[in-house]
Write a protein that binds this ligand. Sequence first.
Ligand code: BGC
Length: 242
Amino acid sequence: MKVLGIDIGGSSFKAAPVDLRTGRLTGERFRVPVSSPCPRAEGLAAAKQIVGHFRWKGRVGIGFPGIVREGRIGIVGNLGAEWENQNGVRLFTGATGCRVGIANDADAAGLAEMRFGAGQGRAGTVLMFTFGTGIGSALFHRGQLFPNAELGHIPWAGQPIEQFASAAVKTKLDLDWAEWAGRVNVYLRVVERLFSPELIIVGGGVSQDHKAWFKLLRTQAKVVPAKLHNDAGIVGAALVGE
Ligand code: BGC
């Protein structure tokens, strides 16, 4: 089955049709930049534009950057508070005219990596992190997802730790790889102490540069880049729409 996956990020909506048997994109990605924070009307218009671009009539899956429970959006990080406490399925069904499934963006990316990528066959505790505007996290044990594990919101020096160690912070403070990896080490030390993962999968744009900074990480667990690279979010979103 083919599902259109829409991965919503802090600064853009990225989408492509995905073949769920193979976990591969079946067409070119399409990206719609949005304001940050993104007003609801603008985000829904972006979803509509994406569906129009692909002339899509089938199912749509959405990876959303906030808490999502049974299709309802809860607390939202960087996308903006206007999205909070809304029925996500209803909003995006209205905007796209398609049948929609929705889940947290990092949970979706994690599901994609467990099914098609670096987490395949891993029965122990696996953590996936996406480093972008925030830090997304997905927690698995015996292949089962523990949903909405918001580990980017662990408090650190009076703020969510994502405001200390996300990829956006690297850009904003113009940190070099060593400086930023030092911050990521602080973060990973905290999560390792809490969850003792056997494997840590890293996604987001910075996972493409893994050769520059993974060697600077000091973890017990093995750290690997997402096998689906930056597509994990789109493939995972499609899985959620199945
Ligand atoms: C949100 C998470 C999201 C992550 C990555 C955080 O600010 O709270 O729900 O997964 O950003 O987008």
